[in-house]
Design a protein around this ligand. Structure first.
Ligand code: PEP
Length: 245
């Protein structure tokens, strides 16, 4: 099964109008394959990107509600209207800092799909959980919470495996560690739907940079990356994008 690659940039609470311009200049000069790159800036910057360009845009989170009295929240439709076609759901920073539960993440993912956004579901274990050999248990719980009761959403999802100990630490998982875990994830996803499990894109995230990406991307079950820090450096991010083009 040939899965098309995807590189996703997570700017988190970083960036500026100037960085948007720089990134647009750099990325539009690349021969990017269609649908190969998505940039997820802070939501206020979405409309600063050109309406049509050679990469897609995404939000970093969304509300599970459709609309209403939810001060500070952003709905799937508002993100879409601002130009997003993807949205990150369940990033470990939101799980930890905003108390997002597995159940809330499942509701957000369903809302994203219902609105026509492609969710990038983030899952991953902490350093302690890995040391305690609980990685598979944690990932299975995070996946089951979303797909056990709504398996049809798998076909509409992208999944990013982001070990928490690798995020922003400069300590990426090794290609072998990442591949072993991605293979487990794909095998677990087959419980919900075997065809979708083969087709779903699995991204690796956690200290990906232009130097380590190629070896990660060579692994059979790694279809691309979710890139944090390195996605704020246009030249380096461009190199990562070119590796899948
Ligand atoms: C992330 O937060 O999604 C991420 C992968 O960050 P970094 O690449 O900086 O580790």
């Amino acid at each position: 099964m040939q899965r098309t690659p995807l590189i996703a940039a997570n700017w988190k609470m970083n960036g500026s109008a100037a960085l948007v311009e720089e990134m647009v200049d750099v990325l539009t000069a690349l021969p990017l394959t269609e649908h190969a790159v998505v940039v997820c800036p802070p939501a206020t910057l979405l409309t600063r990107f050109p309406a049509v360009c050679n990469f897609a845009l995404g939000g970093q989170t969304l509300s599970h509600e459709i609309s209403g009295a939810f001060t500070g929240e952003l709905s799937a439709c508002l993100l879409q209207e601002a130009g997003a076609s993807y949205v990150i759901v369940g990033h470990s920073e939101r799980r930890a800092l905003n108390g997002e539960s597995d159940e809330l993440i499942a509701a957000k993912l369903a809302r994203a799909v219902a609105a026509g956004l492609t969710p990038i579901l983030c899952i991953g274990e902490s350093a302690t959980e890995r040391q305690q050999e609980k990685t598979q248990q944690v990932l299975a719980r995070q996946l089951d919470a979303v797909y056990a009761s709504q398996p049809e959403l798998l076909a509409k999802s992208v999944i990013a495996y982001e070990p928490i100990w690798a995020i922003g630490t400069g300590e990426s998982a090794t290609p072998e560690q990442a591949q072993t875990t991605h293979a487990f994830i794909r095998q677990h996803l087959a419980r919900y739907n075997t065809q979708s499990a083969v087709r779903v894109k699995l991204l690796y995230g956690g200290s990906v940079n232009a130097d380590n990406f190629t070896a990660l991307f060579r692994q059979a079950d790694i279809d691309g990356a979710l890139v944090g820090g390195a996605s704020l450096k246009p030249a380096e991010f461009a190199q990562i994008c070119l590796a899948v083009t």
